[in-house]
Design a protein around this ligand. Structure first.
Ligand SMILES: C[S@@+](CC[C@H](N)C(=O)[O-])C[C@H]1O[C@@H](n2cnc3c(N)ncnc32)[C@H](O)[C@@H]1O
Length: 225
């Protein structure tokens, strides 16, 4: 099964779909950097994930629309209460109140830099919308996506508060059900969410895992495999 169709921004079909997409229009109207904002808005409306005072990690953050939404949800009065640390392999235009780390999350040094940014604090929510550049070769794309999702899980297990939550993008296909099992070994509840803003023809799904299970001897997700 293809992970997702490769984006071809020069493809007339992609351009037609893009300019007629209501979420693209809404994003432009409301000042979001991407239509992806609505995926998080829709999930958060149902799941009540984000609140002022929280520490939130945003993996695969560029161009920044999820970080914009997190910022809004953490705002009370006219101030942001809490912490937002965003990370991407690509550069991202600055957002007020968002600490940005540019780096490849597959590199241990980058994950360590993110951990250091937490300065011993645990996070309330880890978001991962990371997706690799798609090659169009389904098996390779699925393996790369899964690897990013597993790294997000590993980070979440090590750095979430006991009642914290991980929202992670995963593609249905090879390795998906095994990844769900991995999540279930680490978290008390795991549910798949496909918000209306996520295109029906895309195999993209969001897995929401809540409440860390207590584990005796290990602090990393490696033992969950
Ligand atoms: C779907 S986009 C995220 C959109 C973002 N949530 C938003 O709302 O603006 C996926 C992101 O994952 C990032 N990404 C892919 N591989 C990565 C890696 N190894 N480390 C960090 N970020 C990565 C990409 O650069 C891309 O910006």
């Amino acid at each position: 099964m293809p992970v997702a169709k490769k984006k071809h921004r020069s493809n007339p079909e992609w351009i037609r779909r893009h300019v007629t997409d209501p979420y693209v229009k809404a994003a432009t109207r409301h000042g979001y950097r991407s239509r992806a904002a609505y995926k998080l808005i829709e999930i958060d409306a149902k799941e009540k994930l984000l609140r002022p005072g929280m520490t939130v990690i945003d993996l695969g953050a560029a161009p920044g629309s999820w970080a914009q939404v997190v910022r809004e949800r953490l705002t009370t009065g006219c101030a942001v209460r809490g912490r937002i640390v965003a990370l991407d392999i690509l550069p991202m235009d600055p957002l007020p109140d968002v600490q940005f780390i540019q780096g490849d999350f597959r590199e241990e040094a980058v994950a360590a830099e993110l951990a250091a940014a937490l300065a011993g604090q645990k996070a309330d929510v880890v978001l991962s919308d990371m997706a690799p550049n798609l090659s169009g070769i389904a098996a390779a794309d699925a393996a790369r996506s899964l690897h990013l999702a597993e790294l997000a899980l590993e980070f979440a297990i090590a750095h979430l508060k006991p009642d914290g939550a991980l929202l992670v993008k995963a593609f249905q296909g090879s390795g998906y059900s095994q990844f769900v099992e991995q999540l279930k070994r680490g978290f008390a509840s795991v549910a798949a969410r496909k918000p209306p803003a996520s295109r029906a023809e895309s195999a993209e799904t969001y897995l929401l895992a809540r409440g860390l299970k207590r584990r005796e001897n290990s602090t990393s997700a490696k033992g969950l495999k």
